[in-house]
Design a protein around this ligand. Sequence first.
Ligand code: HEC
Length: 277
Amino acid sequence: MRGRYRGRLLRLLTVLLASLAGAPAMAAAAVLMVTAGGAVRQFTSNELLTWPNAATLEVPHDGAYGRPMSYRAVPLRALLSALPPDAADTIEARATDGLVAQLPRALIEGTSVPWVAVEDPAHPWPPMLGKTVSAGPFYLVWQNPEPAGISAEQWVYALGALTAVASPAQRWPAITVDASVPFDAPARRGQAVFIANCLPCHRLGGSGEGMVGPDLLRPMPATAYFTEVGLRALIRNPAAVRSWPTQLMPAFGAAAIEDSEVDAVIAYLRYLAARPK
Ligand code: HEC
């Protein structure tokens, strides 16, 4: 008896849930988790939309949409100051699709201003350019991104969590060039380019948090099975090397990374592959 009754209840619940999922106004449960100073706060979209610091932000060049966009957004600095102070010098921005960007505090507090755009569950954003989903429920966008050279991977769509963490160099010494490497050596510059542009998706020998693309150092380093020409072409335009419908890696044009930075990233990957383990 009980079992049958429960079965019917479950069916009823399933039908109810399915009909709720179809109603956009009920997609309200989105939560942004912010962790710093030993505290964890969970902000709902509705809470952030009505925050005292919320404002309307015009974004003239939105990478995810390929056109000007206007958002209801809260300044990231204000959001962070709602938590206890934290000496950690990096904010990790984690997307629900596996991308994890490491944002230096100096960048967050610099001339380019980061905002968390909040999708209104009652008025969802359109799908992103070339995608079937919107950039929501939360989207890290930048006001005046040019001076600090904010990379495309530092515009984090499908944002789910922000966490104060130690810098990549402190967390992952295995992918940090030795102190003996000259400050102007390509490998050192390549490390910075990699952290801003590639580490959000790729790990290196297990170091890093990104889970969108393959580890580029383990089990076999990418520099061992790609030629220099092939690697360079792949970074510039992955589809120029090989192509298939579900290919994910974005192309890095000259506006995103200049030639000398592509060289530097390759020098950095070679350096790590050659370094004694
Ligand atoms: C948004 C995520 C993303 C970013 C950012 C990204 N990649 Fe990728 N990359 C991928 C994915 C996913 C693949 C697997 C092929 C695919 O789906 O495109 C890949 C494949 C590769 C490969 C081929 C590996 C193999 O064994 O086939 C190399 C090399 C590579 N990426 C290098 C880079 C470098 C260098 C950067 C930074 C300049 C970078 N990627 C930035 C997602 C990314």
